[in-house]
Structure formats: structure tokens, C-alpha cells
Design a protein around this ligand. Structure first.
Ligand SMILES: N[C@@H](CCC(=O)N[C@@H](CS)C(=O)NCC(=O)O)C(=O)O
Length: 224
């Protein structure tokens, strides 16, 4: 008889895109887990005890903490079926590189919504557009996902990226994907995926809009 599967707890934050990566991978593997939300402005002692960098997500495997979203996704992929990363080592390395690229896009999104004035906001908007233009030729031509018909960890890393643009566009941001047909189709396929939809609460758009308005940035002022 195989030993019982360990209890999984995801230390989370309502808006954290890195938490969403792990939640999507867990949902794709149909694995139940508990979610424990953390107030990152006032970190509780139980959280700082398990998070060396003080960041979400942390996956508690029984009582063993695993931190860093890419590491969590790799651990889940190595231990739970179905495999989301490619079997081939070279392709797997390529995929890990694009997960890292998704983190770079998230950093640019942070710089975009924190931009102090319209000039920086426009520069960051163009930076984002440039990053998506880099992804366009890398995407599988048939889609709908990064590498074709099967969802991968790269998809789990980009779905939270695209989710920001739902809210940005609701508040008047232009569509950055007009001339990027593969990225555009990919974004739509990810938005329709149940694992992606379930990775955040129903109040996510409202929470994100409130967070953005509170940045005191060029974007906050436009939203107000
Ligand atoms: N490289 C980390 C980034 C995680 C991260 O930046 N988490 C943010 C929330 S989305 C956080 O916990 N920030 C709190 C802090 O830095 O104090 C990962 O991939 O897990």
C-alpha cells in the first residue's frame, strides 16, 4: 500500500501572481490543498518562520516548507501526475527559461503600475509590448498553449501575467496584443481554462483595482 499523500498547504496572498502559478499547477494535477492567506503588510510569525525571504508563495508539504514559485512548480511536477514540463531535458530547460521570462514580465508590470508619470508609464508600456513581441515567435503555431495542445508550467506562469491586463484594459489601457495573434489567442485560451479561473477569488478584479488606485502612480491617477 502506498503511504498517504502529504497534506499540502499553500501560504498565499489574494493578488500574488506567483501564488497563482502554484495554484494552477495543483489544479491541473487535481490535487486538493489548503490555502492560507497572509497579510504581507503585517506578516504573521507562523509565516516568517517558514518563508526565508518573507515572500509568498510557500508550499508546506506536511510541515516542510518549499519556497520560490518555480521551485514549488518543479517539485509538484516531479511528484504528481500528469507531467506538465516536457520529458526531454533540453525542452524542459527551455521551458524553465520562459518561466523566468514570465517573472521578468511581472517585474515590468510592477514598474508599469508604479510609474510616477506619464512618460515612464509609456516607456514601461512599450517595454511590456516588446516582451510580448519576443514571446510571439516562440509560441506553438497551432496553440492553444505555449507548446501546443498540452498545458505546461510556462502556461501556469503566464496566466497570472495576462490576468493583470483584464483589469488594465477595463480602466482604459490599450490592447497591447493587437499585432500579436499568437499571444492574443494564448491569452484567451488561458483565460478560459478552469485551473486559471479558480486560481484567484471572485473579488480579484476589485481587489486589484483598489491596489492599483492606492499606488499613487500615473496609472492610479488615470484610474481615479
Ligand atoms: N521569486 C519569488 C517572488 C515572490 C514574490 O515576489 N512574492 C511577493 C508577493 S506577489 C511577496 O511576497 N512580497 C512580499 C515582500 O517582498 O515582502 C517567487 O517566484 O516565488
Amino acid at each position: 500500500m502506498s503511504p498517504a499523500a502529504p497534506q499540502l498547504t499553500l501560504a498565499s496572498h489574494h493578488l500574488c501572481p506567483y501564488v497563482q502559478r502554484a495554484a494552477i499547477v495543483l489544479a491541473e494535477k487535481n490535487v486538493p490543498f489548503a490555502r492560507r492567506d497572509v497579510d504581507l503588510a503585517n506578516k504573521p510569525a507562523w509565516f516568517t518562520a517558514v518563508s526565508p525571504l518573507g515572500k509568498t508563495p510557500v508550499l508546506l508539504v506536511a510541515d516542510v516548507p518549499v519556497f520560490e514559485s518555480a521551485v514549488i512548480c518543479d517539485y509538484l511536477d516531479e511528484t504528481l501526475a500528469p507531467r506538465l514540463h516536457p520529458e526531454d531535458a533540453l525542452q524542459r530547460a527551455r521551458h524553465r527559461g520562459w518561466v523566468e521570462f514570465a517573472s521578468a514580465v511581472l517585474n515590468t508590470i510592477g514598474a508599469f503600475y508604479s510609474a510616477p508619470d506619464g512618460t515612464v508609464l509609456e516607456a514601461k508600456r512599450q517595454d511590456l509590448r516588446g516582451k510580448f513581441a519576443q514571446v510571439e515567435p516562440v509560441l506553438d503555431a497551432e496553440g492553444p498553449f505555449f507548446a501546443g495542445s498540452r498545458i505546461s508550467v510556462v502556461d501556469a506562469a503566464f496566466a497570472p501575467v495576462f490576468r493583470y491586463f483584464e483589469v488594465f484594459e477595463q480602466h482604459g489601457e490599450p490592447d497591447l496584443f493587437v499585432d500579436l495573434p499568437r499571444v492574443r489567442a494564448w491569452r484567451l485560451a488561458l483565460a478560459a481554462r478552469p485551473s486559471v479561473q479558480q486560481a484567484v477569488g471572485a473579488d480579484y478584479p476589485e481587489r486589484l483595482a483598489r491596489f492599483l488606485r492606492e499606488r499613487r502612480s500615473a496609472l492610479s491617477r488615470r484610474m481615479a
